[in-house]
Ligand binder design. Sequence first.
Ligand SMILES: Cc1cc2nc3c(=O)[nH]c(=O)nc-3n(C[C@H](O)[C@H](O)[C@H](O)COP(=O)(O)OP(=O)(O)OC[C@H]3O[C@@H](n4cnc5c(N)ncnc54)[C@H](O)[C@@H]3O)c2cc1C
Length: 323
Amino acid sequence: MILVFCELKDGQIRKPSAEALSEGRRLADASGKKLGALFAGASCAGSAEAAKYGADVILTAEGASLASYSSDAFAQLVADAVKAKGATVLLAAATAMGKDVAPRAAARMGAGYASDVTGLAMVDGKLQAVRPVYAGKAFATTTFTSAVQVATTRPNVFALAEKAGAGAAEALAAPAGSFKSIVKEILAKAGGKVDLTEANVIVSGGRGMKDGANFKILEDLADALGGVVGASRAAVDAGWGLPHSMQVGQTGKVVSPTLYIACGISGAIQHIAGMSGSKFIVAINKDPEAPIFKLASYGIVGDLFEVVPELTKAAQAMGIGKG
Ligand SMILES: Cc1cc2nc3c(=O)[nH]c(=O)nc-3n(C[C@H](O)[C@H](O)[C@H](O)COP(=O)(O)OP(=O)(O)OC[C@H]3O[C@@H](n4cnc5c(N)ncnc54)[C@H](O)[C@@H]3O)c2cc1C
C-alpha cells in the first residue's frame, strides 16, 4: 500500500494533501499497489473526500490524544498505521505538520526519508524521489535502501487529479499513553488568508519597499490578484513590524505559487532558494542589473512605487482576483 497522511481544514482536505493523494494514486497505479489515506484529529469529518482523489481505503483516527496536533501522538499513529497496513511508501505534504510528522514517523520505523520532493516515480517497485539541493541550484534523485520509504511533497508542484477510488472507511484507535509533548493552546492568526506555502499568487516586498507601511501597496495588488503578501529577509529583519512568517527563502518559507511578483528584491541566492519553484516570476526593480532579472519570466525595470499601483489598477479593472 501507498499511504498518504492527509490534513483537513474546516472539514475539507487541504490542497497540499489532495496533491499528495493525487500523486499517491499515480504511483499506486504505476506499481499495482493500493492507495490509503490517513486522517487524524478531534474529528475526521470530510475525510470521505479522499475517495475523489483515488483513495481505496480511508483510515481515520479520532481521540483525546489526537484532538490537538501532538508530534509524538501523530508520529506514533502514522508509524502504527504504516505497520498495520504493510505500507511500503508513506507520503505527506511538506506543510508545517507534514514536515514535522513524516520524519518522526520515519525515524520510529527506521525508514529513509526524502523531504520537500518535487518529483516521484516508482522504478522496479521502489520509490525514487527528486529533491532540490544547494538552495534549488541542482536536483538530486534519491533512492531508498529501507523497506518503508517516506517522502514529503512540496505544495503546488504535484498536479491535482480526480479519480474515483473505493474509499472504504476504516477507523483506527488513537494512540494511548502519555506523550512527551502536549499542545495546550492554539492561537489562530487573525485575517484568515491562505498560508504563503499554499498561495497561488504571492506579491513579495524587499528592502526596496523602504518601510513596513509601504507594504500596503503590495496588499492592494495581492488583493486585486487574489493573492497574499510575502517578504525578503532584509524586509523582515529591518524592524518594520513584518512577522517572520512572511519571510520567503532559505531560512523562511519555500513557496511555489503560479505567480510570484518580487518588488524591490535583489534576488540573493538565499531568497531564490525559497521561490525559484514559482511557475511565473515577475521582478520589479529599478536596477536593470539586479540578479532577480536572470530568474524572472518577466522583468519591469522601474520604480516599484509607480509600477505596483499601476498593476493594481489594471488587475482591478480586469477583475482578476474575483474569478
Ligand atoms: C544564512 C543566510 C540565510 C538567509 N536567508 C534568507 C531568506 O530566507 N530569505 C531572504 O530573502 N534572504 C535571506 N538571506 C539574506 C540574503 O542574503 C539577502 O541579504 C536578502 O535576500 C536581501 O533582501 P532584498 O533583496 O530585499 O534586499 P537588497 O539586496 O538590499 O535589494 C533591494 C533591491 O531593491 C531595489 N530597489 C530599491 N528601491 C527600489 C524602488 N523604489 N523600486 C524598485 N526597486 C527598488 C534595489 O535595486 C535592490 O535590488 C539570508 C542570508 C544568509 C547569510
